[in-house]
Every structure is written in structure tokens, then in C-alpha cells.
Write a protein that binds this ligand. Structure first.
Ligand code: NAD
Length: 508
């Protein structure tokens, strides 16, 4: 199959920065971006050098000094214009996301829609950066809190949501008055440069200072520069738990702030009282969407023993309908995994499942031949397993679904919670007591808990994130904006005396 994009004859130069003009990096190294859809080389992108990085941070610092003075609603207006640009380029960017990352075109377009949605949300938020006021215990005193811009923030993003995760962070950070340095995944650098290109016109037209929106390209090294750099006030890192632990340690070592969005091991409980006509499609989409490479992918289903066989056979039947192929062709349900390393991880997991005693209900396998030349296509599979097996306890970023059994709801919740991660969870039941129990303080321990919808496909309006090894961060809606600002408590004495708090007297 032909590449859908013309391959530039020279490595793409921007590499490093920002709104008004790109500067030329003299980097010697490049990242070759191959599409997992057809194995074609899409682009060669320069890797930022340490000198590029330092120049970006200095430019961002200077930009912050100006940007924080721009009134928040005006910053919101600029974000509104960015949203309009993403509406204009939705199809082009969605197609590029699908081609570079390998998710279906529908999901690629959905990812751009998330950018548009968070832009809209951030515009409203720009007029709602509210602080509280408190009644002072002292006469003629007033207390209040204000939220001020934080500074330079670093955004480290993962390959599987190559553009949406950036926007959840950047759009809110911008209305909050921060400036952003984005270090996209080395597996999807081109989509990041496309986003920068799409917003650059807005930055120029509004005379936004150079450095409000920056990109540094590269792998782990560039991420580590951000994590260790005391000039970077907040590091928002999305990726594996392994990466998150390294970032957390480095940022904590300098007492900086981090916001972590890490791996998940998400389960759906299927009660005897579930509507299976809702549950089955939700499970299948949750397990195979984005070829099992969403942080919220359904990895375990915990099924009441009396309906276990029925659920198993309905899932088997549904999986037999799945069409696997080029993600840009909308007739396919499942595309490729990101690269050969991901295929290797899938194979290792399959072997470990077998060695643990797992039985495949839907068989795994690799797909090759015409239309699958990238060698990145794997068969979504289902294995009967036990929750305590080490392989079930780990997140394998591939379309492997574990089928587990339960007797009582207590037992189901215990299994659901008994993994190191705590991102997304769901129950399918029409029984109100079961649903409420699942959502209560003694129910799911995850950051996201749903009733009668699956684990993936969150809306931007809610705070997104999870507990335990998922890292504890929250992004996107609700009051997630507070992570991007610093809180200041103010006490004002408008009286003629100087009373001390707690009734303390201090006579001179
Ligand atoms: P990854 O951890 O390999 O890489 C993520 C990013 O971190 C990349 O930009 C990478 O260059 C950078 N990085 C790697 N090591 C680093 C280090 N030591 N210091 C600083 N930066 C470092 O993850 P991936 O394979 O790109 O993405 C898949 C993982 O991301 C899965 O575990 C998935 O669950 C998780 N994820 C989580 C969320 C969420 O919101 N919780 C969202 C998307 C993906």
C-alpha cells in the first residue's frame, strides 16, 4: 500500500519550538516515524539536542513573564481560536493520528474531537478560575484565596493518545497563564508537530509571545531533562508506570510538582442481573478498541458464575465478527499495534498465559500477508485466567482479555481492586443496590467507576485519572485546572488594631 503522505526529502527541521517561527536545530540525530498501518516511513524528525532544550526553556521562561499578564478571559479567547483551527483541520489531523499511531480513523477523528472539546471547556474555565473567600476570626479582617499562574510546565506524552493528552494539559495550562513545553512520544512525533503547525497561525495572529507553546523532540533523555529541571514548575507525565516512577522520583528530588497519568488494568464486573445486550458490545469495544492500547482498555472481565458460560459464548461469537485491517479503512474494527516491540510483548504475554495454565477461548496469533506488511497486526484474544497470576496483575498493552469468575459481589469487588493499578472500572447490573455498592467508598478503588458503560471512552468534562500505580493525577474536566496554578491565601486587615490569630496577645 502507498503511503498517504508524501515523504519529505530532508529530515523535518523544526524539532524544537514554537509559535511564531521555527528555528533550525543542528541536531545530528533523527527519529524515523514508520506507520504501523503499512510499514511505510512517514517522516524523519530531528531530535532536540540539550542546547536546543535549554534554548526552549529560556524562551518559555521569558514568554511566561508576559503571558501571565494577559487577562485569563483573553487567554481563553486565544484557546477558542485554536479550537476553531482544530475544527478546520479535524479530518487531516485525525487521518494523520490514525496513520502514524495505527488507531482506527474513527478513533483518530475522535481524538481530535477531544481537543476541540477541551478547547471549549477551557474557554469557559478561563472565566471561572475561582478562589474562595473565608470569614476571618479577627474583627475587620478579610480572608480569601487566589489562584495564580504557576510557570513553565512540561508535558510528557505517550504514543497511544498522541495529541489528545497534550491538549488536556496545554489548553487548561494556557488559560491558567502557564507556558508549555511538550515532549511527545518518540513513536508519534509527526502528529505533535502537526498540532504545533495548526495553532501557529493563531499564536501569530494574536501576537502571543514566542515560547508559550514549545516542543522538544526525542525519547527518554528529553523527558529526563524536563523531570530534573528546576525551571520546570510542573511536569505532567503520561505513560507507563515504570516511566512514572522515574519521573516522580526526579521531580520530587527537586521538590517540584508532578501530575502522573500511568498504566491501568481495568475490569468490568458482569452481574447476573446485567443487560448483556449492553454489556457485550461495551466489553468488546473496551478490549479491542485501539488494538488494546488504551490506558482504559478493558483487560479483565469478572463474571458471575451462573452466567459465565453464556457470556463466554456470546463474546466468542462477537470476536468472530471482528474485522482486522488497515485503520484508515473504516470497514475494519481493529488496526495494528504500534510496533514490533509491542508485537513481542503480546507474544511474551501469550506464552506466559499458557505457562500459567490459562485456556484461550479466542485464540491469539499474528497476521501476515497482503495488507499486513507492517507485521504489526495481532489477533485480539480471550483467555480464561485467575486474578492473582502475575501476568493478569500486569498491564500488557495489547488486545488480550482475561475472563474471571465470581460468586458474590464482595468477591467480584475484591478481585476488581486486587491489582496494583487503579484507573478505570465498571459494573453491568440493573440492580440498584449492586450499582450503588460498587460506587461507594467500599466499592471500586479506581479513579473512574462506571455503571452500565465500559471502562474506556471517557468524556472531557470529568476529572480523568487513577489511583495506586496509575499515579493519582487528574486531568481534563471538573476542577483539574487547579493543578496548573498556585494557590495563595490572603488575609487583609482593614481595621485600626493588630489582633493576632488564636487570641494570642503580644504587648509591647
Ligand atoms: P512510555 O512510558 O514508554 O513512554 C511515555 C513517554 O515517557 C514517552 O514520551 C517517553 O519518551 C517518555 N519517557 C520514557 N521514560 C522516561 C523517563 N525515564 N523519564 C522521562 N520520560 C520518559 O509509555 P508508552 O508506551 O508511550 O505508552 C503506554 C503507557 O501509557 C501505558 O502504560 C498506558 O496505560 C499509559 N497511558 C496512561 C494514560 C493515563 O491517562 N493514565 C493515558 C495514555 C497512556
Amino acid at each position: 500500500m502507498q503511503s498517504i503522505l508524501p515523504l519529505p526529502t530532508q529530515p523535518i527541521k523544526p524539532g524544537t519550538s514554537t509559535g511564531q517561527h521555527f528555528w533550525q536545530s543542528d541536531a545530528a540525530k533523527t527519529i524515523d516515524s514508520y506507520s504501523p498501518a503499512d510499514g511505510q516511513l512517514i517522516a524523519r524528525v530531528n531530535v532536540s539536542t540539550r542546547a536546543d532544550y535549554d534554548r526552549v526553556v529560556e524562551t518559555a521562561q521569558a514568554a511566561f513573564a508576559e503571558w501571565r499578564l494577559v487577562p485569563a478571559p483573553r487567554r481563553g479567547e486565544i484557546v477558542r481560536q485554536m479550537g476553531e483551527q482544530f475544527r478546520r483541520y479535524k479530518r487531516e489531523l485525525g487521518t494523520l493520528v490514525s496513520y502514524e499511531m495505527g488507531k482506527s480513523l474513527q478513533e483518530g477523528l475522535g481524538e481530535v474531537q477531544e481537543i476541540i472539546d477541551i478547547c471549549d471547556f477551557a474557554v469557559g474555565q478561563s472565566r471561572q478560575l475561582y478562589g474562595l473567600s473565608m470569614h476571618s476570626e479577627r474583627p475587620a479582617h478579610r480572608m480569601m484565596e487566589q489562584w495564580h499562574p504557576l510557570g513553565v510546565m512540561g508535558i510528557i506524552s505517550a504514543f497511544n493518545f498522541p495529541v489528545a493528552v497534550w491538549s488536556w494539559n496545554a489548553m487548561l495550562a494556557w488559560v491558567c497563564g502557564d507556558v508549555c513545553i511538550w515532549k511527545p512520544s518518540e513513536k508519534t512525533p509527526l502528529t505533535a508537530l502537526a498540532c504545533q503547525q495548526i495553532i501557529s497561525e493563531v499564536l501569530r495572529n494574536n501576537e502571543v509571545p514566542e515560547g508559550v507553546s514549545c516542543i522538544v523532540t526525542g525519547g527518554r533523555d528529553a523527558g529526563e531533562w524536563l523531570a530534573r529541571d528546576p525551571r520546570v514548575a510542573l511536569v505532567s507525565a503520561t505513560g507507563s508506570t515504570r516511566m512514572g516512577k522515574a519521573v516522580a522520583e526526579a521531580v520530587a528530588g527537586r521538590l517540584g510538582r508532578s501530575l502522573l497519568e500511568l498504566g491501568g488494568n481495568n475490569a468490568i464486573i458482569v452481574s447476573e442481573q446485567a443487560d448483556l445486550d449492553l454489556a457485550i458490545p461495551a466489553i468488546v469495544f473496551g478490549a479491542v478498541g485501539t488494538a488494546g492500547q488504551r490506558c482504559t482498555t478493558t483487560r479483565r472481565i469478572i463474571v458471575q458464575e451462573r452466567i459465565y458460560d453464556e457470556v463466554k459464548s456470546r463474546l466468542k461469537h462477537a470476536y468472530a465478527q471482528l474485522r482486522i485491517g488497515n485503520p484508515l479503512d473504516e470497514s475494519f474494527h481493529v488496526g495494528p499495534v504500534i510496533d514490533q516491540m509491542a508485537v513481542g510483548n503480546y507474544q511474551v504475554a501469550v506464552t506466559e498465559i499458557k505457562e500459567s495454565g490459562g485456556k484461550f477461548v479466542v485464540e491469539p496469533g499474528l497476521i501476515d500477508g497482503l495488507g499486513f506488511e507492517s507485521d504489526c497486526y495481532v489477533r485480539p484474544c480471550i483467555a480464561e485466567a485467575e486474578n492473582h497470576w502475575p501476568i493478569v496483575q500486569r498491564e500488557t498493552f495489547a488486545p488480550i482479555l482475561y475472563l474471571l469468575k465470581y460468586t458474590t459481589l464482595e468477591d467480584a469487588i475484591e478481585q476488581q481492586n486486587n491489582v496494583p493499578q487503579g484507573l478505570s472500572s465498571a459494573i453491568f447490573t440493573l440492580n440498584m443496590r449492586e450499582a450503588e455498592r460498587f460506587l461507594s467508598g467500599v466499592g471500586s478503588d479506581c479513579g473512574i467507576a462506571n455503571v452500565n458503560i465500559g471502562t474506556s471512552g471517557a468524556e472531557i468534562g470529568g476529572a480523568f485519572g487513577g489511583e495506586k500505580e496509575t499515579g493519582g493525577g487528574r486531568e481534563s474536566g471538573s476542577d483539574a485546572w487547579k493543578a496548573y496554578m498556585r494557590r495563595q491565601t490572603n488575609t487583609i486587615n482593614y481595621g485600626t488594631t493588630m489582633p493576632l490569630a488564636q487570641g494570642i496577645t503580644f504587648e509591647l
